[in-house]
Design a protein around this ligand. Structure first.
Ligand code: SF4
Length: 320
């Protein structure tokens, strides 16, 4: 049975379509771009192998790159297993899963139904959140349901129903092996729309965010643009951080210069990660707002002092 016609878009949905649409044109990129970027990465990453164990492969994600370019002490602490899932950490995963379900739902999705379904699927699976969902308190479940439901509602308020001709893809994994499989770059994109035509860029890569914009959000998307270029040979047309709390997308066109800068940041970060883990580089404290949720805050004088200087309350253990 054919689907009923979607309702007319609201003002915020029209604004979303406008900013993500192809009004700014579709640039064309040279066919050799993919090989050049790959060669630059291979050359830059090859020396880090000396800091890996014989059978070790370094897996580099946007999260790890973000960490090494911020607080390196926290990176090593989380490597040691000092990572405890909590409601603020879980809500991103649950809401993304719920949005993914909602985009493909056969009828108009109700946000809390999607969240319940997402929580059920993750609770039953083999996921890093499974244990947390199976053992958390009723209050934590209720808080998770409420905060994830808020994100999901906002997504469907801001985005019109995504038509198949826009080629919507959710939670798409990207995986690039380099240096004879000793280094892997990986990522998972929240949402993509569109596709390349020949050497003409057409895809938009979208990261869904809550809270206020941060510089790191743009770096995350640039990393995804690089991975997608290495995969299909044509860069995305646009990268966009979509801020659900404000209904505004911050977009950036993808250029060769942007991809070159991302290669340099990726190489620099990966080399430092390998050195930190091998103990050949001393980690640097870089305190910031994120100290509030750091697993080693209780023993980190640098982070506690920074929060005190900024007048930011230190959370109690059951508040983290
Ligand atoms: S509390 Fe802050 S400065 Fe200390 S390790 Fe954690 S993130 Fe780094």
């Amino acid at each position: 049975m054919p689907r009923p016609a979607p309702p007319p878009p609201s003002p915020v949905q029209r604004a979303t379509l406008e900013v993500l649409g192809a009004g700014t044109g579709r640039p064309t990129f040279p066919s050799e771009l993919k090989d050049r970027l790959r060669s630059d990465l291979e050359d830059g990453l090859a020396p880090l192998v000396e800091n890996l164990a014989v059978d070790e492969c370094l897996v580099v994600s946007k999260h790890l790159l973000g960490q090494v370019h911020s607080c390196q002490v926290r990176l090593l602490a989380e490597d040691d297993g000092d990572f405890n899932p909590s409601v603020p950490i879980a809500r991103g995963t649950i809401s993304h899963k719920a949005i993914e379900l909602g985009i493909h739902w056969p009828h108009e999705p109700y946000p809390l139904d999607l969240v319940d379904e997402a929580m059920a699927r993750v609770s039953e699976g083999d996921h890093w959140l499974t244990e947390f969902l199976q053992t958390c308190s009723e209050a934590e479940r209720a808080e998770l349901r409420a905060t994830a439901g808020d994100r999901v509602s906002k997504f469907f308020e801001c985005f019109p129903p995504l038509q198949p001709k826009w080629r919507p893809v959710t939670e798409s994994s990207l995986w690039i092996d380099l240096v004879a499989k000793r280094v892997t770059l990986k990522g998972k994109v929240d949402l993509t729309l569109g596709a390349a035509r020949g050497n003409e860029a057409g895809k938009v890569i979208i990261d869904l965010k809550t809270g206020s914009p941060r510089v790191g959000h743009r770096d995350d998307l640039r990393f995804y643009a690089l991975l997608d270029t290495l995969r299909i040979g044509v860069p995305p047309r646009l990268i966009a951080s979509f801020y659900l709390d404000t209904g505004i997308a911050e977009v950036e066109p993808v250029t060769e210069a942007l991809l070159d800068a991302t290669v340099a940041r990726t190489v620099d970060g990966a080399v430092q990660i390998a050195e930190l883990r091998a103990g050949t580089r001393a980690p640097i404290h870089r305190p910031a707002h994120q100290c509030r949720w750091c697993p080693v805050l209780s023993t980190c004088d640098v982070g506690r002092r920074w929060l005190a200087d900024e007048d930011i309350p230190v959370p109690q253990p059951d508040e983290a």
